[in-house]
Design a protein around this ligand. Structure first.
Ligand code: BQZ
Length: 694
């Protein structure tokens, strides 16, 4: 390695070996190979049309307990509660065939319901509550089992769609005659409210933060009739639009309930709109399979089957088979413990610290639950806030950190101060964790190792990069200082936002603090509950954050717009300021060009090439500091049938979506007596809860 001559002369004068004087930059490489880890259980691949279709059947059935409600005139007959052509699950595509009614799926979650207004941005506590209640126009969770040559979103509330010849307009056909769980019709009134008064209203931010850019810059929506609407786009055939109609992004709410509270229709205020349906509000109307009928704070949410659910099996049985779903309000780690012990029924084993104990318990043949590892799709990155023009209203210190975050040498120093082997082993020893450079995940369809730039761990190199970024320990206290003209040359102090509800997030945050201290950077933790962390994250009041990555970096086609700062609120690390301006760095402009190009082309080879370039620009510039990636495991109680083979805990979506819970059943001879409100149906919206027939 050639030293510069001044340094060499200085070294000779001081009688010091040259290398010791000028810290060496260690050049980037390609990532080290991940330890081999075989996912257990391969999906049974099929085409989308094999899974379900929309058609009328000669007759329909319901659970026997509901006959009394029909006889008492409290419910219409089941055939009148179903659409003319319900969604019909094909028996051949199931693991165990036509199911039977009864029993419960008992979830345990670490989140807490803020209220039912998903469209106003309220969390229901995650863990499958929102996935089960708020169904969406298309469905992507189950795409893990769809053949690659048939890969596009499954229909759901949208039963079909077609592009105009020039690709500038998508006509979407809704299922006809479906109803909300309170009997109110589902139609384009709900679409109109969701688009115009949620997505397009800058004062309203739905839970997954969908904005107009989610559907492509400049996209507009046009209602055609009660069951048909059009999305008019600005670039032909934008491939990500159909994925953007899936969970999290286009899941319409009950406009008959929401409208009266929205300021555009006489509602008192936006705050009142968001808080109009607190968790105590029972029987909130849903399109999902189960309706909330009981809520006990910090204890449980109980949901009963939706009498108007618009899906059936091929024998004409209205779904779901399970009469109740429970969400015990506990911790995410307790979800693992209870699923393995059999007091809970389901867990996404995703906190690597719990792996050894969970594996040990599940290895017992008498264990109540089966545990199956999937692909390495759980991954964490350290993200930096890149806005230097006011997003989140930074104070002087935070502004100085934002400016540092935008310095490439600083980011390279940070990434080379991270020992990813030590980080992985701090979570779990064994073949699970891989050194994750950031960017697209190894092993996924658009990943290309040769395009991935990996900055190896080297404290010396990190310090050299920090020196190049203008930082030096000018007061000798072991921590690097800003240059004299920034904050008076004070120590660099950075806050690190992380999730209090997840032990893994906390462990990673502490590892980053320790490793940064070794490199001379002072980092302080800002540990918040996931609800508070998510809202702070969206508002921009943070310097760095530990983030468990979403499906965009795994599938690329789901949430594609989140791969680059294409619009004011698409890239979680770089939103626009209050004036709507984003101060893009040159490489971010490149990322935008590459992602816009990906969205605009249907050519598979061109898409692969564009993502190679994306990966190179992303990782070379350390857009996200990858930390670790590892496989998750699905833990499900053995009494359940129709669990799809090879279902990953996370890919296009979480397992609560992927396993089609509405089609899961418990054989009669395996059923347990877990129902808390047997023989009841949901009551009227806002009433006390479930009701009996007499
Ligand atoms: C799975 C998931 C279902 C959110 C949430 C939680 C929030 C995030 C994320 C996961 C939980 C579970 O994840 O960890 O296994 O059950 O709910 O939605 O981490 O804090 O904001 O994105 O999905």
């Amino acid at each position: 390695m050639k030293l510069n001559s001044r340094a060499a002369v200085a070294a000779l004068l001081l009688g010091v070996a040259p290398a010791a004087l000028v810290a060496q930059i260690v050049a980037p490489t390609t990532p080290p190979p991940a330890p081999a880890f075989e996912a257990q259980g391969e999906p049974v691949f099929k085409n989308r049309a094999d899974v379900y279709s929309y058609r009328a059947l000669p007759a329909y059935q319901q659970p026997a307990y509901m006959d009394a409600f029909v006889a008492a005139g409290l419910l219409p007959p089941v055939a009148e509660r179903l659409p003319a052509e319900p969604l019909v699950f094909s028996t051949a595509a199931t693991e165990d065939g036509v199911g039977v009614y009864g029993d419960v799926m008992r979830h345990v979650i670490g989140g807490r319901p803020e209220g039912w207004n998903f469209w106003g941005g309220q969390s229901q506590g995650w863990g499958g509550i929102d996935i089960g209640m708020t169904e969406c126009l298309t469905r992507t969770g189950p795409l893990f089992e769809i053949n690659a040559d048939d890969l596009q979103p499954l229909p759901n509330l949208a039963k079909s769609w077609e592009w105009s010849e020039d690709g500038m307009s998508l006509t979407v056909h809704l299922i006809e005659g479906a109803k909300w769980s309170d009997g109110d019709p589902f139609d384009t009134e709900d679409i109109d409210f969701y688009w115009n008064n949620v997505v397009m209203d800058p004062e309203v931010s739905p839970l997954m933060a969908a904005t107009q850019d989610t559907y492509g810059t400049g996209t507009t929506l046009e209602i055609v009739d009660a069951y048909t609407f059009k999305l008019n786009v600005t670039t032909p055939f934008p491939s990500q639009v159909l994925y953007a109609l899936a969970y999290g992004n286009f899941c319409p709410g009950p406009s008959h309930m929401l409208k009266p509270h929205h300021p555009a229709f006489g509602g008192a205020s936006y705050e009142a709109f968001v808080n109009a349906f607190p968790p105590e509000f029972m029987n909130f109307p849903v399109m999902g399979a189960w309706v909330p009928v009981e809520y006990r704070p910090d204890d449980i949410v109980v949901l009963r089957r939706n009498p108007y659910y618009w899906k059936v099996d091929e024998a004409g049985n209205q779904l779901p088979y399970l009469n109740e779903v429970h969400y015990r309000l506990s911790t995410w780690s307790d979800r693992d413990t209870q699923a393995v012990a059999g007091t809970g029924d389901f867990s996404n084993l995703e906190q690597a610290e719990n792996y050894v104990e969970a594996l040990r318990r599940a290895a017992d043949p008498a264990a109540p639950a089966r545990l199956a590892f999937g692909p390495r799709t759980i991954g964490y990155s350290l993200y930096m806030n890149f806005s230097a023009n006011g997003w989140g209203e930074p104070d002087e210190r935070a502004q100085a950190v934002r400016d540092l975050n935008r310095n490439a040498d600083f980011r390279m120093g940070v990434t080379q101060a991270i020992d990813r082997v030590r980080i992985g082993e701090s979570l779990v020893k064994g073949p699970f964790t891989a050194q994750y450079p950031g960017g697209l995940y190894p092993g996924t369809s658009y990943y290309d190792e040769a395009s991935t730039v990996f900055y190896p761990y080297s404290l010396e190199s990190a310090k050299a990069h920090f020196a190049n970024a203008g930082l030096a320990d000018t007061d000798g206290n072991g921590f690097l200082n800003f240059p004299a003209d920034v904050l008076g040359g004070a120590d660099v102090q950075i806050t690190l936002l992380n999730n209090a509800d997840m032990s893994t997030d906390g462990n990673l945050a502490e590892a980053v603090v320790a490793m940064m201290e070794e490199a001379g950077i002072k980092v302080a933790l800002n540990t918040l509950s996931s609800n508070d962390m998510d809202s702070v994250g969206l508002q921009g009041g943070w310097d760095w954050r530990i983030f468990r990555n979403g499906s965009d970096l795994i599938t690329v086609v789901q949430n594609t717009e989140q791969l680059a700062p294409l619009g004011p609120q698409t890239m979680r690390t770089h939103f626009a300021n209050a004036a709507g301006e984003i101060d893009l760095m040159p490489f971010e402009e490149e990322l935008n060009t590459l992602i816009s190009g990906f969205i605009a082309t249907q050519d598979p080879a061109a898409r692969v090439e564009l993502m190679k370039q994306y990966q190179k620009v992303y990782t070379e510039n350390v857009y996200g500091v990858g930390l670790t990636a590892y496989p998750g495991a699905l833990i499900i109680n053995k009494r359940f049938s129709n669990i799809p083979a090879g279902a990953p805990i996370f890919m296009y979506n979480w397992a609560e979506d992927n396993i089609y819970r509405e089609r899961v059943f418990v054989a009669a001879d395996a059923q347990q007596d877990y129902e808390l409100h047997p023989d009841t149906i949901p009551g009227a919206p806002g009433s006390a809860g479930a009701v009996t027939a007499n």
